[in-house]
Design a protein around this ligand. Structure first.
Ligand SMILES: *[C@@H]1O[C@H](CO)[C@@H](O)[C@H](O)[C@H]1NC(C)=O
Ligand SMILES: *[C@@H]1O[C@H](CO)[C@@H](O)[C@H](O)[C@H]1NC(C)=O
Ligand SMILES: *[C@@H]1O[C@H](CO)[C@@H](O)[C@H](O)[C@H]1NC(C)=O
Ligand SMILES: *[C@@H]1O[C@H](CO)[C@@H](O)[C@H](O)[C@H]1NC(C)=O
Ligand SMILES: *[C@@H]1O[C@H](CO)[C@@H](O)[C@H](O)[C@H]1NC(C)=O
Length: 197
């Protein structure tokens, strides 16, 4: 009985830790947990448990103690109609489903590993906003850990605080492409689903 589980465990280690069909990709798991709920890829988490930003830790040996990292959390299921009118849908950064786009929920830099946790040493570029989808569907929230190479300078808009406020409309239609171009694919990720309270 036990033996039949072993190949499954090996196979599971090789699965994508990003949602199927999403833009950025990694096979490395990011350890993440809200106070009362651990985040594992695809798990549903009650909206009651997502109010405060999750704790993060390296779940893979690929992450180095002497490196700096950035964390980004994205909603990949924003209805296009929340952002613009139909004639502009094709300009939007694609979400997971047709006629959906993205919203950045959290962007923090200068994270290092201390005592087995990711700890930041500067304020976020976009402060954490709890999921609260308004369209009676489950949304997919993906947490990406990116390398922050020495000398990496965030885009001027981010430094200017454009994305900082929890409620700003500038968080919609957020593209990871310039970040991936600057620092590479995410080094780790995980994702969860949540819906309305
Ligand atoms: C996407 O939106 C366009 C424009 O409103 C609409 O014509 C089309 O049917 C929608 N597609 C889906 C799959 O909802
Ligand atoms: C969405 O973002 C893309 C660039 O990432 C931009 O070209 C496009 O104009 C934006 N669309 C809207 C409606 O803001
Ligand atoms: C890292 O911290 C420095 C100093 O506070 C700041 O200038 C820089 O913008 C931060 N980088 C990121 C990616 O947050
Ligand atoms: C770390 O980031 C959080 C928000 O994500 C912020 O409240 C806190 O002040 C930051 N820590 C430092 C040392 O800037
Ligand atoms: C979201 O998913 C959970 C778990 O599968 C389910 O119980 C819940 O009914 C779903 N919510 C909506 C709005 O579909």
């Amino acid at each position: 009985m036990l033996r039949s589980f072993i190949p499954f465990l090996f196979a599971a280690g090789a699965l994508a830790q990003t949602p199927p069909g999403s833009f950025a990709y990694t096979k490395n798991n990011l350890g993440a947990a809200f106070q009362d709920a651990e985040i594992t890829p695809g798990v549903w988490i009650s909206p009651d448990d997502v109010s405060d930003q999750p704790a993060l830790w390296p779940a893979s040996k690929k992450m180095r103690r002497d490196s700096k990292y950035m964390i980004i959390m994205m909603d990949l299921n924003i209805p296009d109609s929340d952002v613009t009118t139909a004639s502009y849908y094709d300009t939007l950064v694609p979400g997971l489903a047709t006629n959906t786009t993205t919203r950045v929920h959290w962007w923090g830099g200068n994270y290092t590993i201390e005592n087995g946790q990711f700890v930041n040493s500067s304020d976020s570029l976009a402060e954490y906003t709890a999921p609260r989808p308004r369209d009676s569907t489950n949304h997919t929230y993906t947490l990406y850990l990116f390398d922050q190479p020495a000398g990496y300078v965030p885009p001027q808009a981010a430094l200017d605080g454009t994305y900082y406020s929890q409620s700003t409309d500038t968080r919609f239609n957020f593209s990871l492409a310039p970040i991936v171009e600057a620092v590479g694919e995410p080094v780790a990720a995980t994702y969860f689903l949540s819906d309305e309270v």
